[in-house]
Design a binder for this molecule. Structure first.
Ligand code: ATP
Ligand code: MG
Length: 388
């Protein structure tokens, strides 16, 4: 027998005229996420139905649990339209729950999208309730505190389901276009990328690698993080940009207390150039207000001025504990805390400027004469495609 999953699309219900586009992206992402599970997708009015073989149900549920763009899903049974059919199918469902739980309180919520159906929602609930009550003495009705709700949806077919699981919510990845994530080996940037993917951005990630000052382990770590993120958001491209020459020139030519900000500014500029190449509409960082010297409002103004596209900083108002909570939930935390220094530790200012003066810093950066090096670094970038 097949197992059906009834999916509740998330926010896209709110989106009016864009709805067909959102649904198209959602379906495409679903097919991609389920590519290794033989399945069929069916549209049912405001729902999507995924039909898989019963043996594939557990791994399908695993995939749906972390799939971005649905607010929830339920394993469902399909029944014929007669009340006898509905009673029979409901008994299968209720019977299996009672075998597990012994007794249960429940209520029925019926919905009749097919208005030609002879009984109205209330009528269906009463009649079915009475029949189930006769069949299952261990089942009691509780309107206020049910252990489960038996949903009966009468459409072209009749769907019955009892247990709904929460989904990841968010907008389908891709409906907001593409963003460039500045991905370091730290805790914050993978979280930032994940949050923006949930707002519909498909991601390209860029990592600035300062070999041999930062070792091969850091690069591997970033690649692992990119892989973990890719699994959540349905794939991404990782660009690894050789950054050593730039760091060295900054160290040679800039006052020591400016090197951190100048290297951040360079990263921003390169990411902005990459965005145009990749047809992206925004940059994403893991910056959080005043977490470190390079993230004060004045510093953000300075580094942000090297991007022409909007710089999205979803963590800007979050404290570290909250960020760590999300990192744990998406499974990146354990990798992020592996103790390898990133380039910025090696080249960081010991006492960085905290409130950079904008004009003075801009001129000072121009004086470095590294514009061509920035372009050259981007040209030398290595691109790795990681499937979701
Ligand atoms: P994270 O935990 O994400 O590394 P952080 O708190 O360590 O952040 P910084 O090191 O100041 O903060 O970096 C701020 C942001 O700049 C990062 O979140 C990331 O978006 C970007 N960034 C820093 N270093 C790199 C790098 N080597 N490659 C790509 N992006 C970087
Ligand atoms: Mg960092």
């Amino acid at each position: 027998m097949d197992t059906l999953f009834l999916l509740k699309p998330g926010e896209l219900m709110l989106k009016g005229a864009n709805r067909p586009f959102f649904m198209r992206v959602l379906r495409k992402n679903l097919s991609q996420a389920l590519r290794e599970v033989p399945h069929r997708l069916e549209d049912r009015h405001s729902r999507i139905l995924v039909r898989v073989a019963e043996a594939d149900a557990p791994r399908t549920a695993d995939i749906l649990r972390r799939f971005i763009g649905i607010s929830g899903f339920s394993p469902a049974l399909v029944s014929g339209k007669s009340l006898d059919d509905i009673e029979h199918t409901a008994s299968l469902l209720v019977g299996s729950l009672l075998r597990e739980w012994g007794t249960a309180r429940y209520k029925i919520e019926a919905r009749r999208a097919d208005k030609s159906y002879p009984l109205d929602s209330y009528g269906i609930a009463c009649e079915l309730g009475e029949r189930l009550g006769r069949r299952f003495p261990d089942l009691t009705v509780s309107m206020r505190e049910p252990d489960f709700i038996l949903h009966v949806e009468i459409r072209g077919e009749v769907f019955l389901y009892a247990l709904a699981e929460e989904g990841e919510r968010g907008l389908p990845v891709g409906v907001s276009g593409r963003g460039i994530l500045l991905l370091s080996g730290g805790i914050d940037s993978p979280v930032a990328g994940y949050l923006m993917a949930k707002r519909g951005l498909r991601l390209d990630a860029v990592y600035y690698h300062s070999y041999p000052y930062t070792g091969r382990e850091v690069r591997d770590k970033v690649q692992t993080l990119a892989g973990l993120l890719a699994r959540r958001i349905g794939g991404l491209n990782l660009h690894i940009v050789p950054f050593t020459e730039i760091q060295v020139k900054i160290r040679e030519r800039a006052p020591e207390d400016r090197t951190t900000l100048f290297s951040r500014a360079s990263m921003m500029r390169i990411a902005d150039m990459l965005a145009f190449r990749r047809n992206a509409n925004s940059l994403i960082t893991g910056e959080s207000l005043s977490q470190v010297a390079s993230q004060t409002p004045e510093s953000l103004r300075f580094t942000g001025s090297f991007a022409s596209l909007p710089v999205l900083r979803p963590l800007v108002g979050m404290d570290k504990e909250r960020i760590i909570g999300i990192a744990r939930a998406i499974g990146t935390y354990e990798t992020s805390i592996l103790p390898y220094d990133d380039c910025c530790v090696v080249f960081a200012s010991r006492h960085p400027v905290i409130r950079p003066k904008f004009q003075e810093m801009k001129e000072s950066f121009m004086g470095l004469g590294i514009e061509e090096d920035l372009r050259k670094a981007l040209r030398a970038a290595e691109r790795i495609t990681i499937d979701g």
